[in-house]
Design a protein around this ligand. Structure first.
Ligand code: DAH
Length: 405
């Protein structure tokens, strides 16, 4: 039978003692009852919630302000006590209140320890988790300590190479170009052959190539390599699109170059291709002149210098007037180091698509013409942002990278 507070009629010391004993033994029993129930492992969370609910019922039964047992003994014992016993009864009731509150608290703590121990056991039975000390396990199981400082997530910044790549793409998007991408591991066919580099042609030597190992059993054109330029995306694009074509192809490329301040075995390019009827070298010049002005400022001049690429004819290197000395070749009275006092900086390769290339993609060279260009992204970023070492782009040093945020 559940304990209820009896009305006292006899306020003698013996009667009071006996009532107090009854109460304390009920308190003990109920507390032990709260601590004795068990949680079946599969219902871990639900089980522990139930046990805490039981503890709350216990707590409220004993110390709820409204009609808890402590309130009841105040009413039924202290207030009902005749004047001459008030002092004695008051002392007993106060002591009891202290005991009851202490018991509720202690029960809470013991239950908490039971729960931590159970959680520790669950965690320790998980492979790979064990704790050297009990405290350590407790820490891991006690959940969130809201007094600890939070985990900061530093705000990221766009990588300068990606930022520059996006700027370049933006310039051409505004001219109506779309974006195409291709694989970084390419076949010999796309990287060289279809771009009019015949097998064993010396032009291949200008692009120190990293070949994928173990390809010898394959026919030469199927052998895999890390693409040395983004030009193979021209071929892939023309294979799947009929003219008119206007695309830019950004991406990562690799060459077998030893890293130094101006070389990196990994870098990025943006390729461009426009094929339509009646495209002329004038269109090429106008497009790239506009692009360079959009990237480096409208004061920049461009000049086209004869060059050679197997996949363009004629081919040119584009130079821009030096952005450091305004094309004068002299800065602060001394020869400009950035352009070696020439007033010009070489920036990219371009040309009219070689008719042979159309042969590889089934375009009719008698009907269409086009131009192509390819530029190094790091090289442009270096000039735009005044970076003096290409390795900084790949070292992952946040102090460098956050300057572009
Ligand atoms: N693919 C050349 C390189 O990596 C750059 C290039 C030159 C691309 C001329 C072109 C081009 O599309 O027409 O050196």
């Amino acid at each position: 039978m559940a304990y209820t507070v009896s009305k006292l009629t006899d306020f003698s010391a013996t009667a009071l003692d006996s009532a107090v004993r009854d109460l304390l033994s009920a308190l003990d029993q109920e507390a032990e009852g709260v601590l004795a129930s068990k949680v079946a492992e599969p219902e871990h969370d639900a089980g522990w919630k139930k046990r805490w609910d039981e503890w709350k019922v216990f707590r409220d039964r004993w110390i709820a302000r409204k009609n808890g047992i402590t309130t009841q003994i105040n009413e039924l014992w202290l207030k009902a006590a005749p004047k001459e016993t008030k002092r004695e009864v008051g002392q007993q009731v106060n002591r009891l209140k202290g005991e009851i509150e202490g018991k509720v608290k202690a029960t809470e703590e013991r239950l908490q320890h039971q729960q931590w121990n159970a959680e520790k056991a669950v965690i320790e039975s998980t492979p790979g988790r064990s704790f050297a000390t009990y405290d350590e396990a407790l820490k891991a199981t006690q959940g969130v300590d809201i007094t600890l400082p939070g985990i900061r997530r530093p705000i990221g910044a766009e990588h300068p190479v990606i930022k520059t790549m996006n700027e370049i793409i933006g310039v051409f998007r505004n001219l109506g170009y779309s974006v195409e991408e291709g694989p970084e591991v390419e076949t010999d066919y796309y990287n060289f052959e279809a771009l009019n580099f015949p097998p064993n042609h010396p032009a291949r030597d200008t692009q120190d190539t990293l070949f994928i190992a173990g390809q010898d059993a394959k026919p030469p054109r199927d052998r895999l390599l890390l693409r040395t330029h983004t030009s193979p995306v021209q071929i892939r694009t023309m294979q799947k699109m009929r003219p008119p074509v206007r695309v830019v192809c950004p991406g990562k490329v690799h060459r077998n170059d030893a890293p130094d301040a101006t070389h990196s075995p990994i870098f990025h390019q943006v390729e461009g291709l426009a094929v339509d009827t009646n495209i002329t070298f004038c269109d090429l010049k106008g497009t790239l002149d506009h692009a360079m002005k959009a990237l480096f400022g409208s004061n920049v001049k461009t000049r086209f210098y004869p060059s050679f690429f197997p996949f363009t004819e004629p081919s040119a290197d584009v130079q821009i007037s030096c952005i450091f000395c305004d094309g004068k070749g002299v800065r602060d009275g001394t020869p400009c180091r950035n352009c070696k006092a020439s007033g010009w900086i070489e920036l990219l390769g371009c040309g009219m698509v070689d008719p042979n290339v159309y042969g590889f993609v089934d375009y009719d060279p008698a009907k269409v013409s086009g131009f192509a260009f390819g530029m190094g992204v790091e090289r442009i970023a270096i000039l735009k942002y005044g970076v003096d070492d290409i390795q900084l782009f790949f070292s992952g040093d946040v102090r460098f990278l956050e300057q572009f945020g």
